[in-house]
Design a protein around this ligand. Structure first.
Ligand code: THU
Length: 132
């Protein structure tokens, strides 16, 4: 039997293998769990025009949103780093906007992992509560 949560970790690892990271050679995979049980995965995709690069977290999120998902419970992020790779600022903002205080599981290929909530990683966020 797989440990609870391992299915999502495995999905993120498989997604990472699809990374198009020829410039940085830094592959990242994500797996986003929806409240309805669906899982959407993402990998980073880099452009020769570097600024067009998109992170794995945003690929997973945009895939989910474009398929009608609207409620999320957890995202797993995997990279091959000893110090666990954490979502960049832009991804934190978008995760906050669409997922709220989601659980974030950071993990590496050696199996080290750490769980936090987005509010811990992204304190005092900007959000539409400020202008709605
Ligand atoms: N990257 C991600 O995909 N997710 C993160 O959490 C951090 C950074 C990607 C973007 C770029 O393709 C590469 O990692 C190096 O910055």
């Amino acid at each position: 039997m797989k440990k609870p949560g391992q299915v999502l970790v495995d999905a993120a690892r498989r997604a990472r293998e699809q990374a198009r990271a020829k410039y940085s050679r830094f592959k990242v995979g994500s797996a986003l769990l929806c409240s309805d049980g669906r899982v959407f995965t993402g990998c980073n995709i880099e452009s020769s025009s570097y600024g067009l690069t998109i992170c794995s977290e945003r690929v997973a999120l945009f895939k989910a949103l474009s398929e009608g998902a609207s409620s999320f419970s957890r995202i797993v992020v995997v990279a091959d780093t000893d110090e666990l790779t954490s979502p960049c600022g832009a991804c934190r903002q978008l995760l906050w906007d669409f997922c709220g205080d989601i659980e974030i599981v950071l993990t590496n290929l050696a199996g080290k992992s750490k769980t936090a909530h987005l509010a811990q990683l992204f304190p005092e966020p900007f959000g539409d509560h400020l202008f709605h």
